[in-house]
Design a binder for this molecule. Structure first.
Ligand SMILES: Cc1ncc(COP(=O)(O)O)c(C=O)c1O
Length: 407
């Protein structure tokens, strides 16, 4: 980090200034970030914090990774937007490399995660009508309870979180909700109208819930046997976070469709994508779906640079190796403020003893000690540092967590 922050107003004043002019749909920690590099951010007053959230995995490569910033700068100087009315010279290469990285054929580029989910739903429904032969407007999609797939009206239609839903009806029909990690319930819910089973391989917002071994393979077997698609939402779990390119690789599973977002934009621009086989994504024809910004050359340039980083496998290996450090550190805290945790790669949901405070209170205490993390529900904290974090930084953060929980 080079020049000092030049914001005229201090943190407290800036937080107060947001109140009357910003919709109150978030409750951020009281920290005002002004600059960042790698795994570290700095607030307006120059205080430094280790970022243990990494933009909910949008910053898998850290803040302002040099290769990603360079790719963005180069592209900014050449071409930023064409819309899909014309071709641009960056999109083919991005799609080729992303398809190769994820072991599939085709890419439907979008911008945000919710858009990728919406697009995946539309592709699955269209496939059900055009290929499977489901009668018009009868297609169903089976989803899991406690899911988090985004915030659009259709997506909250199949949320089980009342705060996310309440006040936003009427809802989109055509979804069946079954318990997560329950193959028997899935078996009972899937029928001849089912276009797809849509699940997160690990439920992030729910508290980093990792299904039992065999669940993802079971979903794959069941969807194949019943003749519907397996759509995996890897928007948070994908692109290196869990120690593999995709979290489904832990069970050597290949879904029909994978939804990607967050880290695909390198923490610089919103980039998301639906990736899948040609016989599935091929159901879309001109005019049936689109996005003005989807596949824009700036997004494609940054996305290509992200894919390049992942092609070496180094980030995936790093997540796996440092994941062991994270697990070991958390295991040592069980019984000392931590009542349980779930972790895969550099991603953990940590259940703190509720007697010590809510997840929010613990996050605020961590913030005061220079660690940025975020609560999910109740007394659960989510840890997801950039994959560029060092072992020393990670053990330092675990030491701070121990201090916050035991002092
Ligand atoms: C699994 C999953 N799907 C979809 C989304 C929605 O992404 P976005 O906020 O970019 O719309 C998220 C965001 O947290 C997510 O974790």
């Amino acid at each position: 980090m080079t020049a000092p922050a030049r914001t005229a107003r201090g943190s407290e004043e800036l937080i107060r200034a947001e109140e009357p002019v910003l919709a109150h749909n978030y409750h951020p920690l009281p920290v005002v970030v002004a600059r960042a590099e790698g795994a570290w951010v700095e607030d307006v007053e120059g205080r430094r914090y280790l970022d243990m959230l990494a933009g909910y995995s949008a910053l898998n490569f850290g803040h302002r990774h040099p290769a990603l910033v360079e790719a963005a700068h180069r592209q900014l100087d050449r071409l930023t937007l064409t819309s899909r009315a014309f071709h641009n010279d960056r999109l083919a290469g991005f799609a080729e490399r992303l398809a190769a990285l994820t072991g599939t054929d085709m890419v439907l580029p979008m911008n945000t995660g919710a858009e990728a989910v919406e697009s995946g739903i539309k592709v699955a429904r269209k496939w059900a009508y055009d290929v499977k032969g489901v009668p018009a407007d009868r297609a169903t999609i089976v989803v899991a309870a406690d899911n988090f797939h985004g915030r659009t009206t259709t997506i909250v239609s199949f949320s089980t979180d009342e705060t996310a839903r309440s006040g936003f009806g009427p809802f989109t029909p055509g979804f069946r909700i079954v318990p997560y990690n329950d193959l028997a319930a899935l078996e009972a819910a899937v029928d001849e109208t089912t276009a797809a089973v849509l699940i997160e391989p690990i439920q992030g917002e729910a508290g980093v819930l990792i299904p039992d071994d065999g669940y993802l393979a079971g979903v794959r077997e069941l969807t194949r046997r019943k003749g519907c698609l397996f759509v995996a939402d890897e928007i948070q779990s994908g692109l290196g976070r869990t120690g593999h390119t995709l979290a489904v690789e832990h069970e050597s599973v290949v879904p029909d469709v994978v939804l990607l977002g967050k880290a695909l934009g390198g923490g610089i621009v919103p980039v998301s994508a639906v990736v899948g086989r040609r016989d599935v994504l091929g159901v879309l024809h001109p005019g049936e779906h689109g996005s003005t910004f989807g596949g824009n050359p700036l997004a494609a340039a940054v996305g290509t640079a992200v894919v390049e980083l992942l092609e070496t496998g180094a980030f995936q290996r790093r997540a796996a190796e440092l994941g062991a450090v994270l697990r070991e550190g958390l295991a040592a805290l069980v019984g000392r403020g931590v009542v349980g945790f779930r972790a895969r790669g550099l991603w953990a949901g940590v259940d703190v003893d509720p007697a010590l405070g809510s997840g929010r209170e613990i996050s605020e205490r961590l913030m005061r000690e220079g660690i940025l993390a975020k609560d999910t529900h109740g007394s659960t904290i989510r840890l997801a540092p950039p994959l560029t974090v060092t072992a020393e930084e990670l053990t330092g953060a675990l030491g701070t967590l121990e201090k916050v929980l035991t002092s």
